[in-house]
Design a protein around this ligand. Structure first.
Ligand SMILES: [Zn+2]
Length: 347
């Protein structure tokens, strides 16, 4: 009989090896399981990725209006439109609600629709249109779609010497509705104002020769304005005749001051005294060369032969003689020729 030799040491080793073997098998099983899990996960993710795509659902006012893959670009496009319009007629847009993006998976065959989302957001806002008004005397008259056209209208009116050229302006408009636009030609026609040459209601008087020298004669004296008022007819060529003085309209009774000191050589009704048509007239000899006439007076306040000072009241405005309204006919004669008073006063 074989002696059973109990080897304590051997038995102990065997036990350890056995335990290690079990642990190794355990680890192997775990690794296998783990690999299987990873493979399974990869397969599932691949299937998901193959079937679905990462997108954002876009909602406006709680209602889903579409899907986008690129929310950053879409929102940038929306922001640009809100702040700067479409680069054409829309200047900017007021939008109450901005879209909300929610991350989601979407089946690959479902289309994203950035353009549609953009249109929906854009149309939910209030667009402000930019256009231009041409103003005449600060009143808006015609509307044009762009600035170049508006400028062209004004330039054409200036070229045509339109009476209102200096009163025209361009105003930039931002409105929620477009105006009725006109083209350049129509605008020019509508705005054009013919220059009306002022024709004095006061008739020419006297027969004195007019001296229209371009260089003003040096009178040797300084004149003051005999009255304040509106110049109603200038010196020189008029529609019907040559005007030998300057007409200044003012109410009847307005005091007329001597424009320069001098000796009154005539005062009273000029008819039959060489001043026919002048009505009540004061004629002052201011220097040996300069004679000043004040015509159509309602009354005279100086006497023939009297010396008057500059600024002294010599008569009152009226409409005597050949005249159709209260005014002063102010006439300066230099060596017998009428010269333009506006070379000296009212200039
Ligand atoms: Zn006159």
């Amino acid at each position: 009989m074989k002696k059973i030799c109990y080897n304590y040491k051997e038995d102990w080793r065997y036990s350890i090896i056995n335990k290690i073997k079990k642990v190794v098998i355990g680890i192997r099983t775990l690794i296998k399981l783990f690999v299987i899990l990873i493979v399974a996960a990869i397969v599932i993710v691949s299937i998901i990725q193959f079937t679905y795509k990462q997108t954002y659902s876009v909602s406006l006012n709680g209602e889903i209006i579409g899907y986008t893959k690129d929310k950053i670009n879409l929102q940038k496009r929306i922001n640009d439109y809100i702040s700067s319009g479409n680069g054409d007629d829309v200047a900017f847009v007021e939008v109450k609600d901005l879209p909300v993006y929610t991350s989601c998976l979407l089946k690959r065959n479902v289309e994203t629709n950035d353009d549609e989302i953009f249109e929906k957001v854009a149309s939910s806002g209030t667009a402000y249109y930019k256009y231009y008004a041409i103003t005449n005397n600060n009143t808006e008259k015609v509307y044009l779609e762009n600035f170049q056209d508006a400028e062209e209208v004004i330039n054409k009116l200036k070229e045509k010497n339109s009476a209102n050229s200096s009163k025209l302006g361009i105003v930039e408009k931002y409105e929620t509705a477009k105006a009725e636009f006109k083209d350049v030609e129509t605008s020019v026609n509508e705005l054009y104002e013919k220059k009306v040459t002022y024709v004095s209601p006061y008739r020419n008087i006297g027969t004195t020769i007019i001296n229209e020298a371009s260089v003003p004669t040096d009178l040797g004296i300084t004149l003051i304005r005999p009255i304040s008022g509106i110049i109603s007819s200038r010196f020189g060529i008029r529609a019907r005749d040559n005007h030998k003085g300057l007409d200044i309209a003012a109410p009847k009774g307005t005091a007329i001051k001597a424009a320069a000191a001098g000796k009154v050589i005539f005062s009273g009704n000029g008819a039959g005294h060489g001043y026919s048509g002048y009505g009540n007239v004061v004629v002052v000899q201011s220097t040996s060369s300069v004679v000043i006439l004040y015509g159509h007076c309602s009354e005279v306040n100086c006497m023939t032969g009297e010396e008057v000072a500059q600024g002294q009241i010599i008569a009152k405005v009226g409409s005597t003689g050949i005249s159709s309204g209260n005014h002063l006919h102010f006439e300066i004669r230099y060596n017998g020729s009428a010269i333009n008073p506006q070379n000296y006063v009212y200039n």
